[in-house]
Design a protein. Structure first.
Ligand code: AMP
Length: 449
């Protein structure tokens, strides 16, 4: 194995058909995970790879699988099985296989929940080479006898940490125990915690460990800011932000399905009233059927949507490289969800920007996020601009009445100044914790969870 990293796909030992498919897609340079995984995977090694989504990890296993498929073996016994945590990801991985298989007819079947069972049964019976699926539906097919694993020579566990989070461990183990022992196993995960290492110890054979994690969990090209805003004025501030940014393509994350649907309706009404430009708004949340969700994903990918209002559940599966803006209209409770949301932009090294709405009592959540990503979020000037507007309104009114927040934006200048002069001005109550972060950061001693 050479130690230098290939700069171009042409430096990898790939077939002319694959080189042509890559050229047709328009990829010339392998991403770091591809440059490192593909050569080992082609040699048949088991791999334990650490990489986030958006790094090109799908092709890092799809290319070597397609390169090694027996083209003449098309029967109901698949040669490769890819397990993924969500239906959306199954659909994306399936799509990537199909794109990369251009020029060489390949039978790839997607078996995930929420899709027509009969269609999957027919496709599997007709003859299949690669199966991409979620663990629940794969088990379902195994039990029906429609999916048999004896012919597998490669199994991929994609986003393994996420599959364990969802509770798929028993299903994954059931599936792996039924696979041939002399198979190749590729395990990819954003984190290599104890659970993942334990899984790898049991089911991988002397794996090559490849660490393509960013040292900084939040991608460097993503600018991340917060906007302090009171809950009752979020919508107003959102509209100001959208007007200022005019994002080419944005995802707005909400916490609940009801909140998501409501904000979607409000934005639709708002943009319907604007005649000088067309802004197309869509939504995706857990109450929608799978075909409805698929349609929205397709529209987003084909650039037929400018703004998507979404919940976390579906947000994780979104892989659209053109997304420029992420807006956390509601902050997630879980820092990992923040990382996942923000990771929807800045795909494959493109730049992106993320804004998080934070209310006064959510300072602790912001601190948690900052500790998780090992970086301080910048305060967006929108807070100050609107804050200043309020000041000028107040001075215009010259009113003696108690101050009323007419903007919804929490103005940091109104915080009681408990810190000595010259201390970091902070709109939330947890400034000491944030400064601790800053110090720890400079010593490089933050421990990630
Ligand atoms: P993934 O991490 O597999 O979800 O990939 C993220 C995005 O990058 C997808 O839209 C891929 O199609 C795209 N992609 C993967 N590999 C490359 C590459 N070598 N050059 C350009 N784009 C790529």
């Amino acid at each position: 194995m050479t130690s230098t990293m290939p700069e171009h796909f042409s430096e990898l030992p790939l077939s002319p058909i694959m080189q042509r498919a890559l050229a047709q897609i328009g990829w010339s340079k392998p991403s770091p995970i591809q440059a490192r995984v593909i050569p080992y995977a082609l040699e048949g090694y088991d791999i334990l790879g650490q990489a986030r989504t958006g790094t090109g990890k799908t092709a890092s296993f799809a290319i070597p699988i397609l390169e090694q498929l027996d083209p003449l073996r098309v029967n109901p016994l698949p040669q490769a099985l890819v397990l993924v945590p969500t239906r959306e990801l199954a659909n994306q991985v399936y799509g990537e296989f199909v794109r990369l298989a251009e020029g060489c007819p390949t039978q790839v079947v997607e078996v995930s929940g929420g899709k027509h069972m009969q269609k999957q049964l027919n496709a599997l019976a007709k003859g299949v080479q690669v199966v991409v699926g979620t663990p629940g539906r794969v088990i379902d097919h195994i039990q029906r006898g429609s999916l048999r694993l004896q012919g597998l020579w490669c199994v991929v566990l994609d986003e393994a940490d996420r599959m364990l989070d969802i509770g798929f461990r028993p299903s994954i183990e059931r599936i792996l125990r039924r696979c041939p022992e002399n198979r190749q196993t590729l395990l990819l995960s954003a984190t290599l915690d104890e659970r993942i290492r334990d899984l790898a110890n049991r089911y991988l054979f002397e794996p090559v460990v490849i660490d393509c994690s960013d040292k900084d969990v939040s991608v460097e090209t993503i600018e991340q800011r917060f906007i302090s805003v009171s809950p009752d004025r979020k919508q107003e501030v959102l509209l100001q932000l959208l007007e200022r940014e005019q994002p080419p393509q944005a995802i707005i994350f909400c916490r609940t399905k009801i909140g998501t649907a409501k904000l979607h309706r409000q934005l639709e009404r708002y943009y319907a009233a604007i005649t000088d430009r067309k802004v197309r708004v869509g939504t995706i949340h857990g109450d929608m059927s799978q075909p409805q969700r698929d349609e929205v994903f397709k529209a987003l990918r084909e650039n037929k949507l400018d703004i998507l209002v979404a919940t976390d559940v579906v947000g994780r599966g979104i892989d659209v490289s053109s997304i420029s803006h992420i807006i956390n209209y509601d902050l997630p409770d879980d820092c990992d969800d923040y990382v996942h949301r923000v990771g929807r932009t800045g795909r494959m090294g493109r730049s992106g920007i993320a804004f998080s709405f934070v209310s006064k009592d959510q300072g602790y959540l912001l601190t948690d996020i900052e500790q998780r990503i090992n970086r301080m979020l910048e305060k967006d000037p929108l807070s100050e601009v609107v804050g200043k507007r309020r000041e000028s309104l107040e001075s215009l009114n010259k009113s003696e009445a108690p101050k009323v927040d007419t903007t919804g934006v929490v103005d940091s200048t109104e915080e009681p100044k408990s810190e000595p002069a010259g201390a970091e001005e902070h709109p939330f109550g947890s400034a000491p914790a944030r400064r601790t972060l800053g110090r720890a950061k400079s010593r490089g001693s933050i421990r990630r969870r």
